[in-house]
Ligand binder design. Structure first.
Ligand code: ZN
Ligand code: ZN
Ligand code: FE
Length: 751
């Protein structure tokens, strides 16, 4: 019995091949628990077979366990067979994510003598769409969007021949029987051209913007070397500065444009084919407008044959979700009309429906370790194993970067990236995706876990859904629990949640928290010095207001004079109004958020007054710090209501002195990062002295900042503490649903 990622990934044909080569008889079949193999033959050949099974697996398969058992000999057994699946109604195990086109298929598509030459929908057992084309389970062609494309004779032969690479490949297709491309003009009319692909290439080279139908939705694309095209895309999409992902033709091209390490290139080449964030080389012809705030760029490689064919002729291309602003990725034809003519000049489409939306995944490698920033296409719906099971739980996630989570037994299924629930279309997608995943997994969750914040759309929906039990989980407890669940830590741990904002137990806004937590309980044992948000939550969009709040925290009324010198973006009158709010505390709620500290310092250094996307001020501050010289400011640990308060008051004073002394802002930015890291480690050390553990769990959106993450990790290890950070799920709110689910399961277990 083999378990792991072994179904729908070409595992059975591989077993068949190895068994036949070793002269063994027996069978292989899918079962609810994995893949069952029975072989019979002479001992040494069975050894050879097992060795090959371990070493020569399909690249997208992953064997977690291989359990071997001896059975009585069956004298009359003949040949080796692939047997029909044991369909016990519980066969979701065999439902893999979408897989990037494999090397064999790409070679065929590019080979003029192959019958699939130039065919964009080529796939095999080892690759191709899965999650995005399945209507229901079990995973069979009849239950996919390929149902309307009857296999031609040759494809059928491949599909039924166990030794063929396309044996049982549900989306198998060829130019004779499969889906076709077409190209639409801005008015939605089909353009009468011989080759839709070549026409798309021509238009892209002209600097036009295209909508390209992909696996889980439409991409908007344009030539990444053309400033004008990229600018036009930004204007039409309403996305001023937020980085765009860029698709490169191949690994060679990536390394010409980016400082990608071999490990990073390998990650791009993985079957999940995520966007990998890497620094770009200076002085290339890549438009600076792809990511104006940072040297980093989200780079990825073609993952469908259509991408390969397109990028061979025109590259590199900006490839961004085909949506308006933060709406979910566009997938239905009806929705195409929302972007075609408004954002895109043309659309390269095909007649294979997309049944399920799924955005591209995004990762970054930090010292060679994967940090997932968005877990979506290529990983969803692969489950994450939890240390305990229980009744099915639906965990709703948070408000921004939403992903929800559904558990079945001890497996957690984190959904694809849903998006910001404040956007209306996202909300519809959210409800649809919840119903969809419940249907696929065949569960009706009676337990609902949700954020503490009553105004989140996810919380409202939790209240509106029927449930036996609803469990509210504090935002930062959920962050820490998500990271614990990934590492299967039972706790207690010291949880460090450095985040944007989330509602705290005391009704104030938290986001720079030191918690002592296990899954069931969570105690706030420390936090960052609080700042006031002058003018309320709008200050999140205006970091310059946070800077004034920070100055006021240290200098009081003097902040007026200092602000007039260092915060020129604030008009005198505005500054005075804001200061009155800070003085009186009206319309100036306090928060302990780490994100707001990054905002405040970024604005004080003149890097970002107003943001056009979440996290922008921090992105710019980190970009500055990367070039800065090492520097550390003083901080202080105070006690306040049994909580350690990490105060940066000494730092604010010193930073201003540095500004007056014309110290480069890169050095000050670096100093801020180092001080934040040293302060965090100092609080953890204090908690570890009196506490039950040396394990420190790092979570929250601020830890997407890899400079901070590395500084904190190193500072902790110097103090003899063990740091755990996210690998499989995002540190941002995209991973929070996993933590909510883990907390709910532990709570249910306790009764
Ligand atoms: Zn293939
Ligand atoms: Zn065919
Ligand atoms: Fe958060």
């Amino acid at each position: 019995m083999v378990s792991g990622r072994v179904q729908g990934v070409g595992f059975r044909p591989t077993v068949y091949r190895h068994a036949v080569e070793a002269g063994l008889t027996g069978f292989v079949r899918n079962s609810p628990a994995g893949v069952e193999v029975e072989v019979q033959g002479i001992g040494p050949m069975i050894e050879v077979f097992l060795a090959r099974l371990k070493t020569r697996c399909p690249r997208q398969a992953r064997m977690d366990t291989l359990h071997v058992e001896h059975l009585p000999v069956r004298p009359d057994e003949q040949g080796f067979q692939i047997m029909p699946s044991e369909r016990s109604g519980d066969l979701v195990v065999g439902f893999p994510p979408d897989l990037a086109a494999c090397g064999d298929c790409v070679r065929e598509v590019l080979d003029p003598s192959d019958r699939r030459h130039g065919y964009p929908f080529t796939n095999c057992t080892n690759c191709g769409p899965r999650f995005t084309i399945v209507s229901s389970l079990p995973y069979d062609r009849a239950r996919t969007s390929m149902a309307d494309f009857p296999l031609c004779e040759r494809c059928h032969k491949e599909y039924t021949e166990p030794s063929d690479r396309r044996f049982d490949a549900q989306p198998n297709a060829c130019p004779d029987c499969g889906p076709r491309l077409s190209i639409l003009g801005a008015d939605g009319q089909v353009l009468p051209v011989e080759s839709p692909l070549l026409e798309a290439v021509r238009l892209l080279k002209e600097g036009r913007i295209g909508a390209v139908k992909g696996l889980g939705g439409y991409h908007l694309c344009c030539l990444a070397r053309n400033d004008e095209a990229v600018q036009k895309l930004r204007e039409r999409k309403g996305r001023r500065e937020k980085p765009f992902a860029v698709m490169f033709a191949d690994a060679d091209e990536v390394t010409r444009y980016c400082e990608a390490t071999p490990a990073e290139v390998l990650e791009m080449l993985d079957v999940a084919a995520p966007v990998v964030v890497v620094p770009r080389h200076a002085g290339t012809d890549l438009s600076d407008l792809v990511a104006p705030d940072t040297r980093d760029v989200g780079a990825f490689l073609p993952y469908t044959p259509l991408h390969h064919l397109l990028l061979k002729k025109v590259s590199p291309l900006v490839m961004t979700s085909g949506n308006v602003s933060e709406e979910p990725i566009t997938h239905a034809e009806a929705e195409l009309s929302r972007i075609l003519g408004r954002i895109a000049d043309f659309a390269l489409v095909h007649n294979r429906p997309i049944l399920r939306r799924c955005d591209d995944s995004v990762v970054r490698l930090v010292r060679g370790e994967k940090m997932v920033l968005r877990r979506s296409r290529g990983w969803v719906p692969a489950p994450i194993s939890l240390s305990r099971g229980g009744p099915p739980v639906l965990a709703m996630g948070a408000e921004l970067k939403n992903a929800f989570c559904l558990t079945r037994g001890a497996q957690a299924f984190l959904s694809q990236h849903i998006g910001d629930l404040t956007e209306h279309p996202s909300l519809a997608f959210y409800e649809e995706a919840i119903a969809d995943l419940c249907g696929l997994l065949g569960v009706e969750p009676g337990v609902i876990a949700h954020d503490l914040h009553p105004a989140y759309e996810s919380t409202r929906l939790a209240a509106a859904r029927p449930a036996d039990r609803r469990i509210a989980v504090q935002h930062h407890h959920a962050h820490i629990a998500a990271c614990m669940a990934e590492h299967r830590l039972e706790g207690p741990v010291i949880g460090v949640a450095m985040d944007g904002s989330g509602l705290g137990d005391d009704g104030t806004i938290w986001g720079g928290e030191f918690l002592v937590a296990d899954y069931r309980q969570c105690q706030r044992r420390g936090h960052l010095q609080t700042l006031r948000l002058p003018g309320g939550e709008g200050a999140i969009r205006h970091p310059v207001r946070m800077a004034l709040g920070m100055l006021h925290a240290e200098f009081g009324a003097e902040a007026d004079r200092i602000g007039s010198r260092w915060l020129p973006a604030l008009q005198d009158a505005d500054r005075q109004v804001l200061l009155r709010m800070l003085e009186s505390g009206t319309q100036a709620p306090v928060c302990s958020s780490a994100g707001r500290w990054f905002d405040a310092v970024s604005a004080l250094l003149g890097l970002c007054d107003t943001i056009s996307y979440e996290g922008q001020a921090a992105v710019r501050l980190q970009a500055q710090a990367a070039a800065g010289a090492s520097r550390e400011y003083a901080f202080a640990l105070d006690m306040q209501n049994d909580c350690i308060l990490l105060s940066f008051r000494p730092m604010i004073r010193k930073m201003l002195e540095d500004l007056h002394a014309s110290v480069p802002s890169a050095d000050i930015a670096r100093g801020f990062h180092e001080t934040m890291a040293a302060g965090i480690a100092a609080v953890c050390a204090r908690l570890a002295e009196s506490g039950p553990t040396d394990k420190v769990v790092l979570s929250g959106g601020v830890f997407q900042n890899e400079l901070l993450l590395l500084l904190v990790t190193d500072a902790l290890s110097r103090r003899g503490l063990r740091a755990y950070s996210h690998r499989e799920v995002p540190p941002n709110d995209g991973g929070i649903a996993l933590g909510q689910a883990a907390v709910a399961l532990a709570t249910m277990e306790a009764g």
